[in-house]
Design a protein around this ligand. Structure first.
Ligand code: SAH
Ligand code: SF4
Ligand code: F3S
Length: 464
């Protein structure tokens, strides 16, 4: 879960009105929302909107929202409260400010958002944002638009792709959504309701978008999906393909240096995908494979449909195929019915696997999910205490992993300027930020380094 854009606080004085309208997009939640925000920005660019990082100069503010946990959804409403004040101030100056809510809160709450947040003009779900320009036109006539259909048409083929948006700088790394939605229905999770059922984009559409991104300067691609390894497609001859096949295909694109994918589900790690980890030099040795809990009882109640031992055995097979692979995961503490014993099983599993990085959360009751109906909800104080113990363990593993890189030699991909002049930040194969003395002209290059020191969140390297 990353949050990329600036916070909702007005920093610049209101800019004078110009002919070009400006849009400020605040992205919450997962990488799929980051990808979607870019696509919305592209769609709006065709309509004459220019993207801005300055809330003060925006004519349109979009909150691309996340509904995964209660806190995530509440953040949206408090941001909308602040935007309402800003809209009122604008009205006094005779200037327009339109406000749109997109993403998973939009999908989950729909009309309710209009009731709770009177300043909102449009509410657009994750499947319909290609209709955003049209919705804005309607909103400008005074209508309040809610469009949260699971659209029948394919939004991807309606959206301008990288090739048509070449003028926008893409940077060295890019996300590429290959799969959306989820049919797994874990009992804690809203995603099947907010993103709908599992849909894979066709092979050719993905290959074209990847080629366009690479010709626009992208060197590292991260394939995205709520369950990215559930991706499936067909080749020209109608042969069934899975994510492993897609990775072999993308690895052939000239100029592409690195491939990653996220988020995967243990049940969809097939042989072909494991083989891709063994064979493809471009596929980075890093795998985000959430397990959520180490207790079979809880895994069953979560409807994860695998046991802790099956997960451990799977990781063993993946490590045999790619010995230098690092693992990352997601954990939930305090799922209804979780006892101290269940929690101890989770701690044991973490000890056994050894994670390079992980995300962990207190269980958050989500209305409409089966988990919300369960009786033995865990006390908030117990959740807090368990989360602290779990995070202490995961943090010690992260530090140990970072320190284990000291003395190692490998390539880093130079991404962006560092904090000090003369320094750049590169990315290790294991997603760590690496500080190095380098020149901005080296952006996008692979540079061979030796690691000389490690911090909690980044590494320090010298050039070889
Ligand atoms: N598809 C991915 C996860 C997507 S959601 C998978 O199956 O692994 C990202 C993470 O948010 C989940 O892995 C889970 O750890 C966390 N999460 C989802 N719903 C949650 C809830 N109700 N409370 C707390 N954490 C939750
Ligand atoms: Fe949610 Fe489970 Fe689907 Fe992941 S697999 S998105 S946790 S329902
Ligand atoms: Fe959040 Fe929706 Fe992603 S609920 S985690 S933004 S799929």
């Amino acid at each position: 879960m990353t949050e990329k854009t600036a916070d909702i606080t007005e920093r610049a004085p209101s800019a004078p009105a110009t002919n070009t309208r400006k849009v400020f997009i605040k992205t919450y939640g997962c990488q799929m929302n980051v990808y979607d925000s870019d696509r919305m920005s592209d769609a709006l660019a065709r309509d004459g909107y220019q993207a801005t990082d300055e809330l003060g100069e925006a004519d349109l503010v979009l909150l691309n929202t996340c509904h995964i946990r209660e806190k995530a959804a509440e953040k949206v409403y408090s941001a909308l409260g602040r935007l309402r004040e800003m809209k009122k101030a604008r009205a006094r100056q005779g200037r327009e400010l339109m406000i749109g809510v997109t993403g998973c809160v939009a999908q989950a709450e729909g009309e309710e958002i209009l009731r709770r947040a009177p300043a909102v003009d449009v509410v657009i779900g994750p499947q319909t944002y290609h209709r955003l320009p049209d919705a804005l036109k309607r909103a400008r006539t005074g209508e309040r638009v809610v469009d949260t259909d699971y659209a029948l048409e394919d939004k991807f083929s309606h959206l301008p792709q990288a090739e048509k948006a070449k003028t926008r700088s893409r940077g060295v790394t890019a996300f590429l959504t290959v799969q959306e939605g989820c049919d797994k229905f874990c009992t804690f999770c809203v995603v099947p309701y907010t993103r709908g059922s599992e849909v894979s984009r066709p092979l050719q559409q993905i290959v074209e978008e990847a080629e366009n991104l690479v010709s626009a300067g992208v060197r590292e691609l991260t394939l995205l999906g709520q369950n990215v390894n559930a991706w499936h497609g067909k080749d020209k001859d109608g042969r069934e393909l899975t994510l492993g096949d897609l990775l072999y295909r993308l690895a052939e694109i000239p100029g592409l240096m690195r491939l990653r994918y996220t988020t995967s589900h243990p049940r969809d790690m097939d042989e072909r995908l494991i083989a891709a980890h063994r064979d493809l030099r471009l596929l980075m040795p890093y795998l985000h494979l959430p397990v959520q809990s180490g207790s079979d009882r809880i895994l069953k109640a979560m409807n994860r449909r695998h046991t802790a031992q099956e997960y451990v055995a799977l990781i063993r097979r993946i490590r045999e195929a790619r010995p230098d692979i690092a693992l990352s995961g997601d954990f939930i503490v305090g799922f209804p019915g979780e006892t101290e014993e269940d929690f101890a099983d989770t701690m044991r599993l973490i000890e056994e696997i050894g994670y390079a990085q992980a995300f962990s959360f207190k269980y958050s009751t989500r209305p409409g999910t089966p988990g919300a109906e369960l009786e033995d909800q865990v006390d908030e104080a117990v959740k807090t205490e368990r989360l602290e113990r779990l995070q202490a363990l995961l943090f010690s593993q992260q530090i140990a992993f970072n320190r284990s890189r000291i003395g190692m030699e490998f390539d880093i991909l130079i991404e962006k300027p560092g904090r000090q002049a003369g320094q750049m930040i590169g990315r290790s194969p294991w997603l760590q930020s690496v500080n190095i003395d380098a020149d901005p002209s080296e952006t996008g290059a692979l540079v061979r380094v030796r690691i000389v020191d490690a911090g909690n969140n980044s590494l320090f390297a010298e050039r070889l």
